[in-house]
Design a protein around this ligand. Structure first.
Ligand SMILES: [Zn+2]
Length: 376
């Protein structure tokens, strides 16, 4: 018998939730942070190193992989897990968001989106049916519905029109996905920052029925205040017994605020991208390693961190290799950032399980407010 995809909610503390998503490829502890493996790699990291940071699941990008090396080639080579040497669960996005942000000469119709590749100008079409086919060829464990969303701010009418199209696409995605035991299909709530539209979208998705539900259409330029206002009501509209995924978020304080409001899963390029631009996330806020104050500092980035960058290297070394544009700079800072994000999730999971999330959150904010350690 094929093991099923399932979610068990273990504890709640206020609106914050902890639980386990079970898949045939392993368990995902929630709240979960998913590192982004855009082009079948988390940049600057070996897969076993990503796992060592504590990640249970990775995100792959349909848009990038369909263009290069193509889903068909990945399928012929045994699927995305084998191709990139990551045996644990993979969630893939639908390609909808990235086609709207990256592709050229886009044309949006009821059928889908036609566009030209940002890599070589070749012509492509993404529809709900094609997105489901690509995600099946990749072998994704958690498949996302094909959708689209406007940048915020946008008018009520524009948000409503876009949301209703996405709901029609959600029904087509559900039909095209079919019955695939062990694999999950998530619906995506849209509706921007309009409460009535979020409600209408949630109703439409519930009527179709999904294995999990994402809150989409946020982190598109609205700022943290508006995002939290939406998260004060949007997750509550979705079924409580299914995982809730906030797409494309975010900074550490965004993530904590989202978990507090009932979100179970998140993904963001920020920890890996920042690792390549010399930014490190620590318990005491962001450290810019390129800053001259670090050039003779023998102390680690974060004394309390057990990642290889903090255990074995000084701020002076990290500063030097960043300035010298050595590859190890991206490797070490990405490792540290992913480790920090996973420790953040682990800390929240434990606090929720023990009913002390509010106290944990106060300490989180107080530590950050202290700022970085004083220069030598
Ligand atoms: Zn570290």
């Amino acid at each position: 018998m094929t093991p099923r995809f399932s979610f068990s909610l273990h504890m709640t503390d206020g609106k914050a939730r902890s639980g386990i998503i079970s898949t045939p490829r392993g368990e995902i502890r929630t709240p979960a942070f998913m590192p982004v493996g855009t082009a079948a790699t988390v940049k600057a990291m070996m897969p076993e190193s990503v796992r060592a940071t504590g990640a249970d699941v990775l995100l792959g990008n349909t848009y990038h992989l369909m263009l290069r090396p193509t889903a068909e080639r990945i399928d012929r080579l045994g699927g995305l897990h084998k191709f990139m040497n990551w045996e644990r669960p993979i969630l893939t996005d639908s390609g909808g968001f990235q086609v709207m942000s990256l592709a050229e000469l886009r044309k949006l119709t009821e059928e889908g989106v036609s566009f030209r590749s940002h890599i070589d100008g070749s012509k492509h079409m993404l529809t709900p049916e094609r997105s489901m086919e690509i995600q099946r060829l990749l072998g994704s464990d958690i498949v996302m519905c094909f959708d689209e969303c406007p940048a915020l701010p946008a008018s009520h009418e524009r948000i409503a029109e876009s949301m209703r199209l996405s709901m029609r696409w959600a029904a087509r995605s559900r039909d095209a996905f079919g019955d695939r035991p062990g694999h999950a299909l998530f619906g995506i709530q849209q509706g921007g920052d309009e409460e009535d539209l979020r409600g209408e979208s949630a109703e439409a998705l519930r009527a179709i029925g999904f294995d999990g539900y994402a809150v989409g259409g946020l982190a598109v330029g609205e700022g943290q205040e508006v995002m939290f206002q939406v998260l004060d009501y949007a997750p509550d509209m979705l079924p409580a017994d299914k995982p809730r995924y906030l797409m494309g978020v975010g900074k550490p304080d965004d993530i904590v605020g989202a978990v507090k409001r009932g979100i179970d899963m998140m993904d963001c390029v920020l920890p890996s991208r920042s690792g390549r631009t010399g930014q490190a996330f620590t318990r005491r806020g962001v450290v810019n390693i390129k800053n001259a104050r670090h050039q003779e500092d023998p102390r680690p980035l974060d004394e309390g961190c057990s990642c290889p960058a903090c255990r074995n290297y000084s701020r002076a070394y990290l500063h030097h290799v960043f300035r010298a544009q050595e590859i190890i700079s991206s490797m070490l800072l990405t490792w540290h950032n992913l480790h920090y994000y996973q420790e953040l999730m682990q800390g929240m999971r434990e606090a929720i399980a023990e009913g002390r999330f509010a106290a944990w959150e106060s300490t989180f904010h107080a530590e950050r407010a202290r700022g970085d350690i004083d220069p030598l």
